[in-house]
Design a protein around this ligand. Structure first.
Ligand code: SF4
Length: 332
């Protein structure tokens, strides 16, 4: 019966602790998706190398923490397959084969290639691996014959590239792969403590399960509506990171209380932040307890990942048999 369900594939790079942006941007969605889809969620450790090739020692420790975060956030290894990309060598084989049919121009036009080359200036990204990363991403997705890939609007062009590569493969060698459809997810906006997008590279994150003391300190010091200078000034919650956190944390009544009273200066930012902490701190505490329980039994987490990796490997091996046959790389 599970074969009938849509197949969803998504991965995350193990480059550091996960934060509230990951929770609300991806993990919460994964937890919902695992109920009605056959899901494969993986550690994209080879992808981490495309930008972190100079600092590889952080990848494996970050990966274990990341799987702990997955499970603590509600990803259930009995419902979804969790695995390590580099432990399923078929990803590399398919990446190589797809590389034979992917025109260079498609990769050079990729928006993320241009954008990251412009934004990341502290290291050389004029590299074959970096240029080819959409091909690896395509292999990751189609290896499991994914029919749906959760993406934000900004990632739709990347998935379109994967669809084009899958189409080209099918055109040359026969229909092996479905073209993965974007599963558009309206990820809530989560801002960091400095008012920019929450991101480890900006140093503005609130990590999953961070202590009450540290979470409180960060929230109380967080940038709000920059135009609201004094308590009596009306504010605009639509530009405030605290309001975005209320939207994913607080109940409807509180959200509307903030919305109305911020605009009328009925409340100050301190009141608003304290109200947020009433819900956020217990959530962080629950997450911290689950994380600590899992971290105390690292062998169990590793075993779950190994089991998931074996399952992924079996699916990947079947796909690659079909690929080799379609490409006439094995005798019938
Ligand atoms: S009252 Fe709340 S939503 Fe309004 S600016 Fe202050 S922190 Fe932000």
């Amino acid at each position: 019966m599970s074969e009938q369900r849509p197949i969803v594939v998504s991965g995350m790079r193990p480059t550091g602790r996960l934060h509230l942006g990951h929770l609300h941007g991806a993990l919460a969605n994964w937890v919902r998706l695992q109920e009605e889809n056959t899901c494969f969620f993986f550690s994209a450790d080879w992808h981490a190398l495309t930008t972190n090739y100079h600092d590889t020692a952080i990848i494996k420790p970050a990966e274990r923490e990341m799987f702990v975060d997955f499970i603590a956030a509600g990803v259930d290894p009995e419902k979804a397959t969790i695995f390590v990309q580099s432990e399923v060598k078929e990803h590399a084989e398919l990446y190589l084969l797809l590389g034979m049919i992917t025109p260079l121009g498609w990769l050079e036009r990729s928006p993320s290639y241009k954008e990251m080359r412009e934004n990341i200036t502290d290291r050389d990204l004029a590299l074959y691996g970096f240029l080819g990363y959409p091909v690896l991403m395509t292999a990751d997705i189609i290896l499991y014959k994914a029919t749906r890939v959760p993406v934000g609007v900004d990632q739709v062009p990347h998935l379109e590239l994967s669809r084009e590569i899958a189409r080209r493969f099918n055109h040359h060698y026969g229909p092996v792969f479905p073209e993965p459809q974007p599963l558009l997810t309206a990820a809530p906006k989560i801002l960091g403590t400095d008012g920019r997008k929450m991101s480890k590279s900006y140093g503005n994150t609130i990590d999953l399960g961070e202590s009450a003391e540290s979470t409180t300190k960060k929230i109380m010091g967080m940038v709000t509506d920059p135009a609201r200078k004094r308590r009596q000034d009306p504010g605009n919650p639509d530009v405030c990171g605290i309001f975005y956190l209320h939207k994913v944390t607080s109940d409807a009544e509180t959200i509307s209380w903030v919305d109305v009273n911020c605009r009328s200066a009925g409340i100050g930012c301190v009141d608003c932040k304290k109200k947020l902490l009433e819900k956020l701190l217990p959530e962080q505490e629950r997450m911290r307890e689950r994380r600590e329980a899992l971290l105390a039994r690292p062998g169990e987490v590793d075993a779950l990942v190994q089991l998931g990796t074996s399952k992924a490997r079996a699916v990947a091996a079947r796909s690659m048999d079909e690929v080799r046959a379609a490409m006439k790389l094995k005798l019938a």
